[in-house]
Design a protein around this ligand. Structure first.
Ligand SMILES: C[S@@+](CC[C@H](N)C(=O)[O-])C[C@H]1O[C@@H](n2cnc3c(N)ncnc32)[C@H](O)[C@@H]1O
Length: 465
């Protein structure tokens, strides 16, 4: 009875109704870059609205603590609003910020970080630098992974529409490198010509699921055809026709993903033609990249991120360093140039095989790579008596487990350099590390993903005396 009353009371305080129109001021951007405003102190999320704008909004969804609305009219337009470059922008879910000038995107990303540190980490005092801008805010993505489907009888390849699994046929994605767009267009036409069945996620039938492209600085292109079946019908013809169409193609793989889920690639990858890896370069180092290995999607900006991480690590050639969540060993090899010894830890076995090959090819002898879950490997290294001077950590969006953070603190490094692609988990982990005696000195946002809501950060933490 008491519980019911509480819900009723809460419902009575909601000042907006579904289907009605309200006028409101947009104050800031949310984590997915939607505009956030308040109507009678009640939060309303409005996609495509910008801070400083006055908008009339039709409410489409009402929850207990917030509502979502659609712009009916912009009554006062932000000076930062620009015309999106891409004609598919309104419906495509790939980019979220094309309607905001690049300068304002950089400011908004910094504000997102400040907001997370203040509200999630309760760390408003940490200095957050200006976002490091990308010199090339278009056509930067070295990796494309587009779903394949059918629409009105025709094969479609492109991004998913916002918040759905409807595929938007994309012939020229403005954030992809040109080679990746060429690959998507070639795959569409060839699959059509060869009548290869397309996967249908409702019936779990068909063959072609995704086309993945990776392109290096040398413009070498890798294609990965992701199938729901072991067999790829007419595989030889597919490869031959791709080679005829794509002069930069050096490597074609088939990846098999038989599960009924949203994971893009399965564990089984077979080389159909060409080289097993493509090579990309960062600074003076070259990296082999396999189909499933993590490699930052914006090569030039990744270089700037790693340079900043290296500067924060402040190495002089005598230090032992741990690079947790190391992928193909990119940061590890950067660090190894200035440290005595670096350990890289990574859960994906092919990435570690690439990392070892990368170390050999770059004549790096002081890097050791360990495959496994950081939550298990870190305590094991601690037990072996390994005590790094510096720890570098670059986890996936979920951030670090508490075991990993506690083990860092138990090892007593002088500095921790935390690289993060998610301000929310960064803020959470910085707060935990503060409790363990490591104080964040500053955060440097780096724009690795122009036109999208994502922002990468690198943070220096120092051990308190
Ligand atoms: C953001 S990436 C960073 C990779 C690398 N530092 C770079 O910049 O190329 C995160 C990496 O963590 C790995 N990973 C995810 N969960 C892990 C875990 N529990 N233990 C170790 N590595 C993990 C992923 O496979 C991925 O390579």
């Amino acid at each position: 009875m008491k519980h019911r009353k509480t819900i009723k009371q809460a419902a009575q305080t909601i000042p907006v109704c579904k289907g009605r129109t309200y006028e409101l001021q947009i104050d800031r951007l949310g984590t997915s870059s939607e505009g956030v405003g308040r109507y009678e102190n009640f939060t309303v999320f409005v996609p495509n609205a910008l801070p400083g704008e006055n908008v009339s909004v039709i409410i489409e969804e009402v929850k207990n603590s917030y509502a979502r609305g659609r712009i009916k009219q912009i009554l006062h337009e932000s000076v930062d609003r620009v015309a999106p470059l891409c004609e598919l922008y309104e419906e495509c879910g790939g980019c979220q910020l094309q309607h905001l000038s690049y300068e304002a995107q950089l400011r908004a990303k910094r504000a997102q970080v400040v907001d997370a540190l203040t509200h999630i980490g309760k760390l408003p005092q940490i200095p957050v630098m200006e976002t490091l801008r990308a010199e090339e805010p278009w056509n930067y993505r070295n990796k494309m992974q587009f779903p394949i489907g059918r629409n009105i009888g025709k094969i479609v390849i492109g991004c998913f529409a916002q918040g759905s699994h409807r595929i938007i046929n994309t012939e020229n994605c403005h954030i992809q490198r040109a080679e990746n767009n060429d690959l998507a267009n070639a795959a569409r036409e060839i699959a059509e010509q060869l009548h290869i069945p397309v996967y249908n996620e409702d019936t779990h039938k068909g063959v072609l699921r995704h086309i993945v492209g990776r392109v290096g600085r040398s413009n070498d292109l890798m294609a990965v055809i992701v199938t729901a079946t072991k067999q790829l019908p007419r595989a030889k013809d597919f490869v031959r026709m791709m080679r005829e169409r794509l002069p930069n193609l050096v490597s074609v793989h088939q990846n098999i993903q038989t599960y009924r889920n949203n994971v893009i690639m399965g564990r089984d990858t077979q080389l159909l033609w060409g080289r097993p890896t493509i090579i990309d370069s960062l600074g003076r180092l070259n990296f082999h990249i396999s189909p499933r290995s993590f490699f930052q999607v914006n090569t030039r900006q990744a270089e700037r991120l790693y340079e900043q991480a290296l500067a924060y690590a402040d190495l002089h050639g005598t230090e032992t360093v741990i690079d947790a969540y190391c992928g193909t060993g990119t940061i590890t090899l950067f660090l190894a140039q200035k440290a005595r010894k670096v350990y890289g830890i990574e859960i994906v076995q092919p990435a570690i095989l690439d990392a070892r090959k990368n170390a050999r090819d770059n004549h790096v002898k002081n890097a050791e790579f360990i495959v496994g879950d950081a939550t298990a490997v870190m305590p094991a290294l601690y037990k072996q008596g390994i005590r790094p001077d510096v720890v570098v950590v670059d986890p996936p969006r979920a951030g670090c487990t508490e075991t990993v953070l506690r083990t860092f603190a138990n090892m007593k490094p002088q500095r921790i350099v935390y690289v993060s692609c998610n301000p929310a988990t960064l803020a959470r982990d910085l707060a935990i590390l503060k409790g363990l005696g490591y104080l964040a000195q500053e955060v440097q946002p780096v724009d690795l993903f122009p036109q999208t809501s994502h922002v990468e950060n690198v943070c220096l933490l120092k051990k308190q005396k």
